[in-house]
Design a binder for this molecule. Structure first.
Ligand SMILES: Nc1ncnc2c1ncn2[C@@H]1O[C@H](COP(=O)(O)OP(=O)(O)OP(=O)(O)O)[C@@H](O)[C@H]1O
Ligand SMILES: [Mg+2]
Length: 251
């Protein structure tokens, strides 16, 4: 068995009185495509924020490539975080900038401050940005202001930024939330392809059970901050899904 990328042991996260996650135990290995599913408020985004180090656990332990990210020096933490790319639910794009600048933000962990500042005037590494935008099928938008894009196009810019970063792990928080069915499939195919061909690891939160089942090889079902099941996607049955979403009908 290769070394796990993430190991959670009794992993817990509280926000002033709110228990977002409680006592999670799991391992995530290189090359896995792990889907996080569960009702709104179940803790999916919180778990992704713990995995990328944006949040610190309030209890238990999280090891990232064997290291407790939250306890490392800022420099060592950043070095590890460079290998983790995140597509956020709220995208975190700068709307007033052209698309190329948002895509080039994927370089920020590597570029010097001077190069980053220079690139805001004369964009650097245009070929790489263009190649990433071609992969997400909006190369013609490279110089468009980001606030002139549709929600789905912005979502693809966020993926292009991660492609430029070229991390070992991609964390994606509902990356198909504002895409139509055709683009959703394309985005999911692209993410799965990156894992299958480049050995990247994917941890993705999804409200679409259909895509969770078709594109992930393992599903973690979260219910009110706890793991209800963690098993191969193909073996998750409808009774488990009904239990996961509680009173909500899935039909
Ligand atoms: N910054 C915060 N401060 C206080 N409570 C928070 C904060 N972030 C999340 N929570 C709470 O933690 C719980 C889990 O939230 P989280 O955003 O992780 O859920 P989620 O599964 O991603 O939901 P959704 O499907 O709606 O995106 C919720 O009860 C939420 O209200
Ligand atoms: Mg969320």
């Amino acid at each position: 068995m290769p070394e796990a990328i993430f190991v959670g042991r009794s992993l817990t996260c509280h926000f002033r009185g709110v228990t977002a996650l409680e006592g999670l135990n799991f391992c995530i290995y290189p090359g896995e495509k792990v889907g996080l599913i569960g009702a709104s408020g179940a803790g999916k985004s919180t778990l992704l924020s713990l995995l990328n180090g944006q949040l610190r656990p309030t209890g238990g332990e999280l090891l990232t490539w064997g290291e407790p990210l939250a306890q490392l020096s800022p420099r060592r933490r950043r070095r590890i975080q460079r290998q983790i790319g995140t597509i956020y639910q709220q995208l975190n794009l700068v709307d007033s900038l052209a698309v190329i600048h948002n895509v080039n933000a994927g370089h920020l962990g590597r570029w010097s401050f001077l190069k980053a500042a220079f690139s805001l005037i004369f964009p650097c590494d245009r070929p790489l940005a263009l190649a990433a935008l071609e992969q997400v099928r909006i190369p013609e938008k490279i110089l468009t202001r980001t606030d002139e894009l549709s929600g789905g196009q912005k979502q693809r810019v966020a993926l292009a930024r991660v492609l430029v970063q070229d991390p070992a792990v991609i964390l994606a928080d509902e990356p198909i939330a504002s895409l139509d069915p055709h683009l959703s499939r394309e985005m999911m195919d692209l993410l799965a392809h990156l894992c299958d061909t480049q050995g990247k690891t994917l941890v993705i939160s999804l409200h679409s059970l259909e895509f969770a089942r078709s594109h992930c090889d393992r599903l973690i079902g979260l219910k009110t901050g706890k793991i209800l099941f963690d098993q191969p996607a193909a073996t998750v049955n409808d009774t488990q899904i009904a239990h996961l979403y509680g009173h909500q009908s899935i039909y």
